[in-house]
Ligand binder design. Structure first.
Ligand code: ZN
Length: 229
């Protein structure tokens, strides 16, 4: 490899190292946490809390209905006892019992609605638990492969970094200085059909002559170091 080619090789190793580093970070993040499982766990916690709240309301409602029903029964017994002879008192008590009956019936309907809500929440809980179990099983099954890929990429990165350092050592100081000065992610561009591939601007004929002699040539337009493709 001539010097510009070495520089291009260095750039390619650098690109590979960047891609590997990003991929390693992604793999590490995937192994560390599972967003889908976290989402399901959060949903499960919310649904469980709602179910507990509903169970509490249901218990309170049951107790109230029980009390009102017992009260209603005792008033009804009084009504049927034959001990009340005063007609207006009898009418008033009869009306009271009727009101109590319809109130209890309304409360029982409300209780039934709560029970239906509880059943729906129970079904939702079972669905979420099954979905979470499936996601966790999938994650566990995928983990060995992810860890293997991570290991491979880590060792490839170490090899790429070693080769990059070795290549850098082989590059003359003037090329290195020029490379380090350029504030672009990829400071080297190939020249194809007299055109800089970094910016598509045509290289001057004197530039082309210098390139053929593997000298340090930078693009007059984008400033990248040029290398013959
Ligand atoms: Zn250019």
């Amino acid at each position: 490899m001539n010097t510009p080619e070495l520089l291009l090789h260095h750039q390619r190793l650098d690109q590979r190292a960047r891609a590997l580093t990003a991929d390693i970070a992604r793999l590490e993040a995937r192994l560390a946490r599972d967003p889908e499982a976290e989402r399901l766990e959060a949903q499960l916690a919310t649904t469980r809390a709602a179910r507990e709240e509903l169970a509490k309301r249901l218990r309170e409602r049951e107790r109230d209905v029980e009390d009102h029903r017992a009260h209603m029964k005792s008033r009804e017994k009084q009504l049927m006892s034959g001990r009340i002879n005063n007609p207006s008192e009898l009418i008033a008590l009869s009306q009271e019992v009727d009101h109590m009956k319809s109130a209890v019936a309304r409360e029982e309907d409300a209780e039934l609605t709560l029970m239906e809500e509880a059943e729906a929440l129970d079904a939702e809980l079972r669905r979420l638990e099954a979905a979470l179990a499936e996601v966790l099983a999938g994650t566990a099954a995928a983990a060995p492969e992810l860890r293997q890929r991570l290991e491979q990429e880590r060792s490839e990165l170490a090899a790429v970094e070693a080769e990059r350092a070795e290549t850098w050592e082989a590059i003359p100081a003037d090329f290195r200085a020029a490379y380090s000065r350029i504030r672009l992610a990829d400071p080297v561009a190939e020249v194809v059909n007299n055109q800089c591939q970094g910016c598509r601007v045509t290289v001057t004929s004197s530039g082309m002559q210098q390139l053929r002699r593997h000298l340090l040539v930078t693009c007059e337009h984008c400033g990248r170091i040029l290398v013959m493709a």
